[in-house]
Design a protein around this ligand. Structure first.
Ligand code: ZN
Length: 287
C-alpha cells in the first residue's frame, strides 16, 4: 500500500515537472455568459455580412472549413461553433467575433507562404474566441454599466444593440476587436497548441506575423497590426513553447490544396457589392 502511494506521488510530481512550463490558458473575468458570446457574435456576423464584401465562394469556403474543422478538434479549441468566412479585400487582415465567427481577407490567403501560415492565422483568431478576449475587454471597459445591460439583453432586445448604447460596436477601434499585447501573446500561445495538436508547424504562425510586422505598420497591413499589436519576438516565444509540447514532426501543409486555392484567390474578381475602401461608407471592424 505504502509503495503504491509512493509510486503515485512520483507519477504526479514527475508529470508536473515534465509539463511545468506548458500553460493551459483560461479566459479572464467576464460579465457575459458563453451563450451570450455566441449570441453577440451571431448578431455581429449578420452586420458584417450586410456591410462588407463577404464572398460566397464554394472553393474558398470549403478549403477554410476543412482546415478549420481540423483545428477545431484540438482540445485547445474548446467547444465553440466556429465559422470561417472570406472578405474580398486587398488589405491583409483577419478578425474574430465573440463566440465563433472568423473572417479572413483574401489578401491574407494571398500573402501566406504556406498552408501552416494560413492555419496559424486561423488558430490565432480561434484562440481570441476560446479565451474570450473580446467580451473580456468589454467587461473591463464597462465595469459599471455592463452587468445591468446584460440583464436587459437577456430579455430579448439583442446584445449588439444594447452594447451600442454603451458606445461599443464592431466598427472603428472597437474594444471587442482591438486586443492588448497580453491578449496577443495568449492567442499566439494557445494558437500554437492548436496547430501542434493538428500537426501544423506552430512556428509558421509566428513567422507570418513577423513577416507582416517587418513591413511596417502602413498601408496593406495597418489594420491588422492595429488590431493585433505585436507582443514582440513571436518566433522565439513559439520556439520556446514547442520544447514543452509533445514531440512530433510538424508539417507546413496537410491538405495539399494550398497552392491551387492561393492562385485562385489571387485571380479572383471583386464581388458585385465591392467598393474600394476609400469610398466605403462602413469602415471595416477596427478601422
Ligand atoms: Zn490577435
Amino acid at each position: 500500500m505504502r509503495s503504491r502511494r509512493l509510486f503515485l506521488a512520483i507519477l504526479v510530481v514527475g508529470g508536473g515537472a515534465l509539463f511545468a512550463q506548458l500553460k493551459e490558458l483560461k479566459p479572464g473575468f467576464n460579465f457575459f455568459s458563453t451563450q451570450q458570446d455566441i449570441q453577440l457574435g451571431q448578431e455581429a456576423k449578420a452586420q458584417v455580412e450586410k456591410t462588407m464584401p463577404v464572398i460566397q465562394d464554394r472553393r474558398i469556403t470549403d478549403y477554410l472549413t476543412q482546415i478549420g474543422q481540423m483545428l477545431a478538434r484540438s482540445p485547445h479549441a474548446g467547444q465553440w461553433p466556429f465559422s470561417f468566412s472570406t472578405i474580398y479585400d486587398k488589405n491583409i487582415n483577419a478578425f474574430a467575433l465573440p463566440g465563433g465567427p472568423i473572417f479572413i481577407n483574401t489578401a491574407t490567403i494571398a500573402a501566406a507562404d504556406n498552408e501552416a501560415q494560413l492555419a496559424g492565422v486561423m488558430a490565432h483568431e480561434m484562440s481570441h474566441i476560446v479565451l474570450r478576449h473580446g467580451t473580456h475587454q468589454a467587461s473591463k471597459a464597462q465595469f459599471i454599466q455592463l452587468p445591468a445591460m446584460i440583464a436587459g439583453a437577456a430579455l430579448g432586445n439583442g446584445i449588439l444593440g444594447a452594447l451600442g448604447r454603451l458606445g461599443i460596436n464592431i466598427g472603428a477601434n472597437s474594444v471587442l476587436l482591438k486586443y492588448s499585447r497580453d491578449a496577443e501573446a495568449q492567442a499566439d500561445y494557445n494558437g500554437a497548441e492548436i496547430m501542434a495538436d493538428v500537426g501544423y508547424n506552430p512556428v509558421e504562425m509566428a513567422r507570418f506575423f513577423e513577416k507582416l510586422e517587418s513591413k511596417g505598420s502602413e498601408g496593406q497591413i495597418a489594420q491588422f497590426l492595429s488590431d493585433h499589436p505585436s507582443p514582440g519576438n513571436r518566433v522565439k516565444a513559439v520556439e520556446e513553447e514547442i520544447q514543452y509540447l509533445p514531440k512530433k514532426t510538424y508539417r507546413d501543409t496537410i491538405t495539399g490544396k494550398f497552392q491551387g486555392v492561393q492562385t485562385y484567390v489571387q485571380r479572383l474578381k471583386p464581388p458585385k457589392n465591392y467598393k474600394p475602401p476609400a469610398q466605403n461608407q462602413n469602415p471595416p471592424p477596427g478601422a
